[in-house]
Design a binder for this molecule. Sequence first.
Ligand code: APR
Length: 402
Amino acid sequence: MTERQTSRTAQESADVVILGAGPAGLTLGNLLHAAGIDCVVLERADPDHVRTRARAGFLAANTVRVLDRHGLADGLHRHGKPHGTCEFRTEDGSFRLDYGTLGRRELHTVYPQQDLVADLLTHYLAAGGRIAFETEAEVVEGTDGPDPTVTVRDPEGRPARWRARYVAGCDGRHGAARRSLPPGTRRYQRDHGVSWLALLAEAPPSMDAVGYAMHPDGFAGHMTRTADITRYYLQCRPGTPADAWSEDRIWAALDRRLRADEHGPLQHGRILHRSVVHLESDVLDRLRYGSLLLAGDAASLPAPAAAKGANLAVLEAELLAEALIDELRRGDARALDRYSARCLTHIWRAQEFAHWMIQLLHSPVGQAAESFFHEAMRRSRVESLRTSRTHQDWFAENYVGI
Ligand code: APR
């Protein structure tokens, strides 16, 4: 336990109890603590896991602005790399979009999310923020009143209870906050019917762009993570076990779908990590349930086709911090009352674009006449993106925007 961590018996109350030390929870914790709000982060994992868990790494311009505003962007400015080009390799030829010169002319910053989370944690601890690691929230109760409680299991597995004025559910889609929502909570969801084999390869990038390949065999994606690590995605049959494909089969499929014979060989390397991601989305009807408020994946799960998750998490964390500070410092609950609606505007915009991307990148499955119709529309959509400046401006604004 670090010097600022909170042992089970030290304190069991805070004005705001934050569940989860991911981008949402740690951004929120930093902003509240800096404003003098009494808060604590409860995180089930240990510090090393939090600092090293590999996740996405494409930060939107708004995310950089938010982190800059609060002095949390030093790491990403030091090590992050600007990125502004997509390359589409399709059945009808390939083309590049320099999206940094389109739409609002905004760039991504490529910065591994685990490094961002590590930065946020370092800032939070250095500022004296309270966090309890290896502390798993089990249930949030009493959220219909002003003194909700969180029951947790401490590192020794013993039950403990935290009292709060507000609980911020930043513990992801399967966390305690979601499990504690009132019966009948409405959740909008979509199963996109597509699965990806998500790979981290010990290999330098093979393209100077985000690569999207559409191929009769299926979709393949290429994203730079660092100079030595590259993220690849390979569309696979839903239900495929992560270890089903040999490394030879993986690289042969990537070479074929990314058309290495036309564009040059891919840099092969050891597959360091693999998992199967089934593309699905969901959004809760509201992000506030009395004194329980949700942010990040706990609030909505965007399909990974447009790298929106961490960027929405940071945006929502700032909106939630401002609202809680208004209420706890000045008794002004207006921002808190508007929190859910303000976030949902951004969430549904991100969901719509991620859905559009999924339709663009993946051919329909099956031989029904409907499939041929959808495939023809998909190829027409690609052609419009290739040729229409207006369409390209729309793409850039939504691809980087949040
Ligand atoms: N009790 C305490 N901590 C929990 C619990 C629990 N019951 N359940 C989950 N957690 C912790 C996880 O260990 C994790 O550290 O909550 C944190 C949730 O972090 P993320 O999953 O990163 O979620 P969020 O902060 O919303 O970030 C959203 O970041 O993970 C990426 O791209 C991904 O879209 C996602 C984005």
